[in-house]
Design a protein around this ligand. Structure first.
Ligand code: TRP
Length: 365
């Protein structure tokens, strides 16, 4: 029986899946030197359409980044889009978060995959084409592709460098696998390379990254994944479940201060991206469970009055004022299954750890 055979092959290996990749790799964006921005801005102002048409694509993308950052900083409730967490240092800090004693998510997902490896493998069945939004270093994909004897892999990530390295490692580890990188923002729609088979597709989205989107965005993303999977395809996705406030808050505010450093690092990255002069040490890391919205909220709180400047503008922050940096939604399992159905998936199967903290779901397109 094919499912059984795959199950045996998968059993010892699936456990390693949940380990290494930044869960929110989907949200990463590389740094862009300010000088290039300045040049791009001047060109754009000089003779908009003509100059813009001659700018390299990378610069155009970064103009959009700059606009997005400024819009967030200038909103009444200031915010910074979480994709700007992931510069080099941010990615390293995120890796460290996944190993923290308080950060149960990565560990629990890995244990869950190990414990239910056979059943998950049976559900995956004949899937041979793996598509991973936010693949980053592709470490989780390596285990999955090996276990499935996948023929094709498409890793999608906004951070092209990290993704290229990951794809190169994947090709070395699995020479028979047709592994491709697609650099892009998954929230902006995806186009796959032309030779990706349309059947036997599995969209793989581990790490509870779906929780970092607001519910309407998450639904839109799931709809896109449903379209990507195609008829007969499926989705394998990890989600963090609501639980005791103290456990949740500790996971996002660890004793060693790694999550605090990760949160503050976004200001250093923004400084490089837009030429601002945030002093990260003047901002306190704040993480709390907003029970009404069923989400962890992360903020940076000004420890005193702050005057922040950037070329062409700035903002004064009062002492105690906050910049909202991220949400991490915790969906009850039935609510998430309902969302999957609304996105067009059917026949959902789920696996939960003994404590009921985390779930892995398989949904057919
Ligand atoms: N999606 C995961 C989560 O929400 C990983 C993650 C994204 C994260 N941003 C984070 C973890 C910030 C800690 C802090 O848990």
């Amino acid at each position: 029986m094919a499912g059984g055979a795959i199950g045996v092959a998968v059993l010892p290996r699936l456990g390693a899946l949940a380990g290494a990749t930044p869960g929110a790799g989907a949200l990463r964006c590389g740094a862009m030197p300010v000088a290039i921005f300045a040049h791009a801005m001047r060109s754009a102002h000089a003779s908009a359409a003509h100059a813009l048409s001659r700018l390299p694509v990378a610069v155009l993308a970064s103009l959009a980044c700059r606009r997005e950052i400024l819009a967030g900083l200038l909103s009444q409730q200031a915010s910074i889009c979480p994709k700007y967490f992931y510069d080099q240092r941010g990615s390293e800090l995120f890796e460290a978060i996944t190993r923290l004693p308080e950060y149960y998510l990565t560990r629990t997902e890995r244990a869950l995959m190990r414990r239910h490896g056979r059943a998950i493998a049976e559900a995956l069945g004949e899937a041979r084409v793996v598509i991973e939004p936010g693949a980053g270093s592709c470490d989780k994909a390596r285990m999955l592709c090996r276990s499935l004897a996948a023929t094709h892999f498409v890793g999608v990530d906004i951070s092209a460098d990290c993704l290229q390295d990951g794809i190169a490692r994947l090709r070395r580890a699995l020479p028979g696998l047709d592994a491709r990188a697609v650099a892009g923002d998954i929230t902006a729609g995806l186009r796959l390379p032309p030779n990706v088979p349309a059947t036997r597709r599995l969209v793989f989205y581990p790490g509870s990254s779906i929780g970092n989107f607001d519910p309407p965005q998450a639904l839109a993303l799931l709809r896109q994944m449903r379209a990507l999977a195609g008829n007969g395809g499926a989705l394998l996705i990890g989600i963090d479940l609501p639980k005791d406030r103290a456990m949740l808050e500790a996971a996002y505010d660890d004793a060693a201060g790694v999550t605090a450093a990760f949160n503050r690092n976004v200001l250093s990255h923004v400084n490089r991206l837009i030429g601002s002069d945030f002093e990260p040490q003047q901002w306190r890391h704040l993480a709390f469970f907003n029970e009404a919205a069923s989400r962890i909220e992360m903020h940076l709180q000004a420890m005193g009055a702050q005057r922040v400047r950037w070329p062409g503008g700035g903002r004064d922050f009062a002492a105690g004022e906050r910049i909202h940096t991220e949400n991490s939604y915790k969906y009850p399992l039935p609510a998430f299954v309902a969302m999957l159905r609304e996105a067009g998936f059917v026949a959902c199967q789920s696996w939960t750890d003994a404590r009921g903290w985390y779930a892995m779901l398989h949904a057919r397109a």
